[in-house]
Design a protein around this ligand. Structure first.
Ligand code: SF4
Length: 653
């Protein structure tokens, strides 16, 4: 049968036979896992609790890349734990200073045709080299590491036929912003976007990575490009040509949907506050005074991204009212840019070079001013994402960001360079990257690894494990949220909060801190409670703390109009029942502190429909459980850890 590329890779990883019908559950054998420092402690605590001797996948990598501001003991405690636990269980470590997980993973570990699960929503970055890379919660990564097949709802595969070529001043960022403009932040739910066509062939791996990375903003399961000549060139430049295999969709294969996008028609775009799909042409953005520009993140800090921004800056200066920083995505890119003179151009222009880390992208440093206008090349512009909820974040490409930093207001590269803009097209990716893996610590042999003592500083607290649900639930509503609540709303990002992620008793006190500061104490007082959510509840990141903290505060269920994919998985994993209003109008009938009562909960759950009484308002409504059989088993057990232990026992492991 002729298959598209996505199906081919999935078929090669099926752990149980399947017809791969969209919406049906499939089970997959995973090749690679990825974690990063601000989410990973929970993953490895869970893996330790499972009790296996070593990771069971080909390659597991732990990146120390997000939070390199050692403000107090917490982050170093985390990093020392992560380094020692990796040594103990056969996991690679990419040390602080080596670069951001997705950039390093695609360069040093990824390979066409592999299946990777990463504890980060931008894991799909690796789709740039013909790999299927899926962002999941940390508990899912721990599960993948056990070798137990991962469940996934078979996605629809959407063909995106790219034609034409990008004009100078337009970047791969325009491609993904245009996709977001067309399909919106929920338009990718349950879908894989497979990019093909003559336009795709013109895009380098780094350009493709920007597109596949930000597919996460559409809610997509993942995005993928063929493994073609561009991929071969990239892997050759990484001295890894041996890992290249040519992979593409079969001639005449079918897709579940098709889109057309002509690269030649794109103009510089901008995602305006506070959602990445709020996209308009850059020239139409109100000419506000810009206070901060950040060029970087995993999304747009490749060699060519930074080189193009540097060319815009060449011989010019950052506007005196603008704070402009640049965060390059990996050590090897930094070294190459330095060798080729681009860092000098940035420094001469007054750009501040940051550490090789996520940093400002997830609010770890470089917060904008009060009501400041921040222009960034990263992938998210949610309220508070930059660490200051009063600020406005606009997302643009690196060339536009450089022009904006020079002008002090929104500007495109063409406004700065005029006819000279054509010189941006001359920037090529290096034919050879400086390859030096000395910052990657390879796993020990199993015998050596068993001798390693895992180091637990005071910031490493035990993993909280929820109880299984009971038949009768009578609890109050501790919170009622609006639509599009993000994981940033639930568990804020910032250096301060990120370093609390290994310490749930402490971090849970700040749950919903910026959205409703009284929530944590109210939920704690209630003992057990339910959260009522609007549409797309929990959108954004794979941050499982957005489930762990409410669970720790006694939240037993979330009843929402809809729930974002990764967050729903995290709720299940951590024992919170995800329910969907059968009639969304019921959302309006209830209020915070109402008492809800459910009889025969476990029995009703089996029917996937639960009848709930609002005792305070005296009415009854229904909520659906949109769960597969195995997901139902997970939640009935009280979460993934209990479920997994039972499964491994049954398998005699
Ligand atoms: Fe890091 Fe930002 Fe990329 Fe997440 S999106 S991996 S925080 S750079």
């Amino acid at each position: 049968m002729n298959m598209n590329l996505t199906k081919k890779i999935l078929a090669a990883h099926l752990a149980k036979p399947s017809d791969m019908v969209p919406g049906e559950e499939i089970f997959l054998k995973v090749d690679q896992t990825l974690t990063h420092d601000i989410n990973a402690v929970m993953t490895y605590l869970a893996f330790e609790a499972i009790g296996l001797d070593r990771t069971q996948v080909e390659t597991s990598v732990s990146y120390l890349d997000h939070n390199l501001l050692y403000l107090d003991n917490k982050t170093p405690d985390d990093h020392i734990y992560l380094q020692s636990v990796a040594k103990r269980y056969g996991v690679y470590v990419s040390r602080p200073g080596n670069g951001i997980c997705h950039a390093v993973q695609v360069a040093r570990f990824g390979a066409p045709g592999k299946l990777s699960m990463g504890g980060d929503s931008h894991t799909p970055h690796g789709g740039a080299i013909g790999m299927l890379c899926i962002g999941v919660g940390g508990m899912d990564v721990a599960t993948a590491m056990t070798g137990v097949p991962m469940r996934l709802k078979m996605p629809q595969v959407i063909k995106v036929n790219l034609t034409g070529h990008l004009k100078p001043g337009c970047n791969a960022k325009e491609v993904i912003l245009e996709m977001l403009r067309r399909v919106g932040i929920k338009g990718g739910l349950g879908k894989v976007f497979e990019y093909v066509g003559p336009g795709a062939a013109t895009l380098t791996v780094n350009e493709r990575a920007t597109i596949s990375n930000m597919g996460a903003e559409m809610g997509a399961t993942t995005s993928i490009f063929p493994a073609d000549e561009q991929v071969r060139k990239f892997l050759k430049a990484q001295k890894r040509e041996a890992d290249f295999v040519e992979l593409a969709a079969d001639e005449g294969c079918s897709y579940d949907g098709e889109m057309e996008l002509n690269l030649s028609e794109l103009v510089p775009l901008c995602a305006c506050p506070h959602q990445p799909d709020n996209v308009i042409p850059l020239k139409d953005v109100e000419k506000k005074k810009v206070q901060q520009v950040f060029i970087g993140s995993c999304t747009n800090a490749s060699y060519s991204d930074i080189a193009k921004a540097a060319l815009v800056f060449q011989g010019r200066h950052v506007h005196e009212d603008v704070s402009c920083t640049c965060g390059i995505s990996s050590k090897q890119i930094y070294l190459q840019l330095m060798k080729d003179g681009y860092l000098e151009m940035l420094l001469n222009a007054g750009v501040r070079l940051l550490e090789l880390a996520c940093g400002p992208c997830c609010a770890i440093g470089q917060s904008p001013a009060t009501k400041g206008v921040a222009v960034r090349t990263s992938n998210r512009n949610f309220k508070g994402r930059a660490g200051n909820p009063t600020a406005e974040i606009y997302l643009v490409n690196p060339e536009s960001a450089a022009a904006t930093a020079i002008m002090g207001t929104f500007a495109s590269a063409e406004e700065i360079l005029g006819d000279e803009i054509v010189k941006l097209a001359d920037i090529q990716e290096p034919e050879e990257y400086p390859v030096d893996d000395s910052m990657i610590v390879a796993p020990l042999s199993p015998e050596e690894a068993r001798e390693v003592e895992v180091v637990r500083g005071p910031n490493i607290k035990p993993l909280p494990v929820p109880d299984a649900p009971e038949q009768h639930l009578k609890v109050q509503i501790s919170l009622k949220t609006v639509d599009n609540i993000t994981t940033d709303d639930i568990t804020p990002a910032s250096a301060e909060f990120s370093s609390m992620r290994s310490n749930i008793p402490l971090m849970s006190q700040y749950c919903y801190h910026r959205y409703d500061p009284s929530f944590a104490e109210r939920a704690r007082q209630m003992g057990q409670s339910i959260i009522i959510g609007g549409e797309n509840y929990g959108q954004g990141s794979s941050r499982e703390h957005a489930a762990i903290n409410p669970m720790y505060l006694g939240v037993k269920a979330v009843i929402a109009k809809s729930i974002a994919r990764i967050h729903k998985g995290n709720l299940l994993n951590h024992g919170i029942i995800p329910m969907i209003f059968a009639d969304p109008a019921d959302y309006d009938r209830m209020d915070i502190e109402d008492t809800l009562e459910i009889h025969n909960l476990l029995d009703q759950m089996q029917t996937r429909e639960v009848e709930i009484t609002d005792v305070t308002k005296d009415f009854t409504f229904k909520a659906r459980l949109e769960l597969s059989d195995s997901e139902l088993e997970v939640i009935s057990c009280g979460g993934q850890l209990r479920y997994l232990k039972r499964q491994l026992e049954e398998m005699g492991r």
